[in-house]
Design a protein around this ligand. Structure first.
Ligand SMILES: O=C(O)C1=C[C@@H](OP(=O)(O)O)[C@@H](O)[C@H](O)C1
Ligand SMILES: C=C(OP(=O)(O)O)C(=O)O
Length: 409
């Protein structure tokens, strides 16, 4: 299936009920389970990744399929390792290509018994859950912060607690900070000094909790505002002072003429006069999920760019470096990868080959989410458009709400 998207004018006005953050929701669900909480979490998004986490935690079976959800795969692997029983956990074909050995090795050192059911180092896994004993673990921090978050969340429940010594360049650091901040909100203290994070054995305290709106989901509305001639967009439940690292984008988008103001209900984006940057240099090691938003935006606004810190993009829902190169080429922009983890565009365009480019999405929600705003500039088709349900199920309804025309073919 494909969607064709167009927009008769370049004005965007509306109030958008953003989905809540899947990163916060999936942490809160694990922490809630660890604290035997009687409360129901408020404002869960209904996205695939959150639904799958809820299903597993409420399931009566011992065999789980988490689909494309990286957080669910990593967080549940650690969670199940400390619950007595025999568990198998698998995922989509792509999940079976996303490495997990750093986490499995670490859990093994704590006493967990985990076996690879297909390929060494990758899901599916068989886990024999047991009482785990803590200690000091050395861990490579450069592949995925989700391994670290997974271990930190179970750390207070492990005999003796846990000290993690992180090696190499830490990727996605704000997601580790998010984990620790949420643990603190549920009563667990931690100390992070240099490359060492220490969590002693201590109980979680159950509490009521409401999940805030998703900043990565908000990035597509910032992108839309940056491409529009006029924009006034209210993003409900979004907080400028957020737990999420991607709230950083509010500052970046000032250069693209997008002003953010807090309201009692969220944040309002307005389009202002601006002088676009001549060239955009960004290190995205802390915000890998907005790489697609920023790359598509820069091409459409003709801002040459050089992004670094993207070493982990090849092991996300798809190889996002290759996907961006292939699909931005359809808009006429040749993107290069000058070094591992870098993306660069010199600002040159060639004429697009198709009158209405059709963007492939590679089972990656962020390809559809980041390319759909292109329709503000010219009509575009998105292949397999419903990939967005991974994090933002109502995206196309929201685009229609602000005047996008969307037809199916
Ligand atoms: O912990 C999390 O919620 C996430 C961490 C990041 O992954 P990596 O740490 O693998 O970069 C991010 O890309 C992902 O969407 C969500
Ligand atoms: C990388 C992502 O998700 P995950 O790793 O949780 O599958 C994402 O949502 O961009």
């Amino acid at each position: 299936m494909q969607f064709q998207l167009s927009k008769p004018n370049k004005k965007i006005n509306g109030s958008i009920d953003l989905p809540s953050s899947k990163s916060i929701a999936n942490r809160a669900l694990i922490i809630q389970a660890l604290s035997y909480s009687p409360y129901t979490l408020q404002n869960l998004s209904g996205s695939d990744d959150v639904e799958v986490m809820q299903q597993v935690l409420n399931s009566n079976t011992n065999q789980f399929d988490v689909g494309h959800a990286g957080t669910a795969m990593r967080f549940l692997t650690a969670f199940l390792s400390q619950i007595v029983g025999e568990w198998t956990i698998t995922g989509s074909d792509r999940m079976k290509q996303r490495p997990i050995h750093i986490l499995v090795d670490a859990l093994g050192q704590l006493g967990a018994k985990i076996e690879y059911l297909e390929n060494e180092g990758y899901p599916p896994l068989k886990i024999w859950g047991s009482h785990l004993k803590g200690g000091i673990l050395e861990l490579d921090g450069s592949v995925s912060s989700q391994y670290i978050s997974a271990l930190l969340m179970i750390a207070p429940c492990i005999e003796g607690g846990l000290t993690l010594r992180l090696k190499n360049k830490i990727t996605s650091r704000p997601y580790i900070e998010l984990t620790l901040k949420l643990m603190k909100q549920f009563g667990v203290r931690s100390v992070w000094k240099g490359n060492e994070i220490r969590v002693s054995e201590q109980p979680y305290q159950a509490r009521e909790f409401t999940v805030e709106a998703d900043w990565t989901g908000a990035s597509y509305w910032y992108q839309l505002a940056a491409l529009a001639d006029e924009a006034s967009i209210e993003l409900k439940n979004l907080r400028l002072m957020s737990l999420q690292g991607d709230c950083q984008i509010a500052a970046w988008f000032k250069d693209f003429g997008v002003d953010s103001k807090a309201t009692p209900d969220g944040v309002i984006l307005t389009k202002t006069e601006t002088k676009l940057p001549k060239h955009l240099q960004l290190n995205l090691v802390e915000n890998p999920d907005v790489a697609q938003t920023m790359a598509v935006l820069c091409v459409l606004r003709k801002v040459p760019f050089h992004f670094s810190g993207l070493e982990t993009l090849k092991i996300k829902e798809t190889d996002r470096i290759a996907a961006l190169q292939n699909e931005l080429a359809k808009l006429g922009a040749a993107i290069t990868e000058p070094r591992h983890g870098e993306l660069k565009w010199d600002g040159n365009f060639s004429l697009p080959k198709e009158a209405i480019p059709c963007i492939a999405t590679y089972h990656d929600h962020r390809m559809a989410l980041a390319f759909a705003p292109t329709a503000l500039n010219f009509p575009i088709a998105i292949d397999d458009p419903m990939v967005v349900t991974k994090s933002y199920p109502k995206y196309y309804d929201h685009l229609k709400q602000v005047g996008f025309e969307i037809s199916q073919s």
